[in-house]
Write a protein that binds this ligand. Structure first.
Ligand SMILES: [Mg+2]
Length: 368
């Protein structure tokens, strides 16, 4: 029987830093731009489990995190380090398990063919030990006969645990969880379900109200089956992969200078391209969104004729979209911008995505 062992590194960026600075272990540590070093409008990238009881979360504005937990130690993000360590983790897993799919910088799925839950759990614990002993990093592990249930199990295993869901226990496992535990049910879908009184996954088991069924389409039927323990391919996804990837930048000071905004956008392209390369994703739709100083938001998208992977395929349409937005909605650059977002959608795995692990190391160099 095929099982998925889903690995998700715990507070990955923080854990990478703690390896180098073990004296910080046990203290609230936050990776992000330090708000005490002058005005910063950035966000928390990763918070240690000691910082979380204060209410500190990833993606939170750094000023808020500082107010919630003034004693936290701030560490500037070092993406190069995290990418390097991510490769080390993959290599350590690949040395033991043949069938691995990297999903993001700190998540991967390993498929194993074993007869029962006990054997799958043994393989999962062995991987967890390997990562802890060879790399000194904590990882949570979910084990199930489908990737989506394994991923949900991983969230419940955090931090540092192993959660196994046997195939005949899927409905029972999922039932009490919030619908938001399902990957693909974001704030918007969560709110829609809430309006119809659906809070837990068990609430999806009955006949769904007609209005809800209409709004959700095939995804509703898929959710209902999932709630009963029947796992099929998510109709919203081309593969079991992510639907979009984005980067945001809140400007240090509001700006209406197109040249400056372009420069910031180019920097965002530089951040997004390697992470797509990292995840072996191609994109087809490019979206640029601007939040104006008055907090209104405008966005524009362009869908390319075919999936693309290159920097130019992202940069050219992104720049054009930015110029269009500033020209039309920004009243010819007289309306200042507060925040800039770049998003790619209609993602699919690249051809040749089953490359051997050795080629991951050259991934970024190949883009130059
Ligand atoms: Mg993680």
């Amino acid at each position: 029987m095929e099982w998925t062992i889903y690995l998700d590194m715990d507070a990955f960026y923080v854990s990478c830093e703690l390896r180098d600075r073990p004296e910080l272990k046990g203290r609230p540590v936050i990776v992000g731009p330090d708000p005490t070093k002058g005005p910063s409008r950035g966000v928390v990238l990763s918070a240690s489990y000691e910082a979380r009881p204060f209410g500190v979360r990833s993606a939170q504005p750094v000023g808020l995190a500082h107010r919630l937990c003034p004693e936290a130690v701030w560490i500037d993000p070092d993406m190069e380090k995290y990418v390097r360590v991510s490769h080390e983790v993959r290599a350590a897993v690949a040395a033991v398990e043949a069938n691995l799919a990297p999903l993001s910088i700190d998540e991967m799925a390993v498929r194993v063919d074993v007869p029962d839950a006990a054997s799958a759990e043994e393989r999962a614990r062995a991987l967890q030990r390997t990562i802890r002993e060879q790399l000194g990093l904590p990882v949570s592990v979910g084990v199930a006969t489908s990737q989506i249930v394994a991923k949900i199990a991983t969230d419940l295993a955090k931090p540092g645990g192993v959660k196994v869901v046997p195939p005949d226990g899927v409905a029972e496992f999922l039932g009490p969880l919030s619908v938001r535990a399902i990957p693909g049910v974001g704030p918007k879908t969560g709110e829609l379900l809430h309006r119809y009184g659906v809070e837990t996954i068990a609430d999806l088991r009955g006949t769904l109200p007609l209005g809800l069924r209409r709004e959700l389409g095939d995804f509703g039927a898929w959710l209902r089956r999932l709630s009963r323990g029947i796992v099929l391919e998510d109709p919203r996804r081309d593969e079991a992969g992510p639907r979009s990837r984005s980067v945001d930048c809140t400007l240090e000071a509001d700006s209406s200078d197109l040249g400056e905004l372009e420069k910031i956008l180019d920097g965002m392209v530089e951040r997004l391209v390697p992470s797509l390369e990292e995840e072996h994703l191609a994109f087809q739709t490019v979206t640029v969104a601007l939040r104006w100083a008055d907090f209104e938001q405008t966005q524009r998208s362009r869908t390319l004729a075919a999936s693309a992977t290159s920097r130019a395929a992202l940069q050219v349409p992104a720049r054009r979209l930015l110029a269009e937005i500033v020209e039309r909605e920004g009243r010819g650059a007289r309306r200042p911008t507060r925040r800039l977002s770049l998003r790619v959608e209609r993602l699919r795995p690249r051809h040749g995505s089953e490359r051997p692990i050795e080629s991951f190391g050259g991934a970024q160099g190949a883009l130059k």
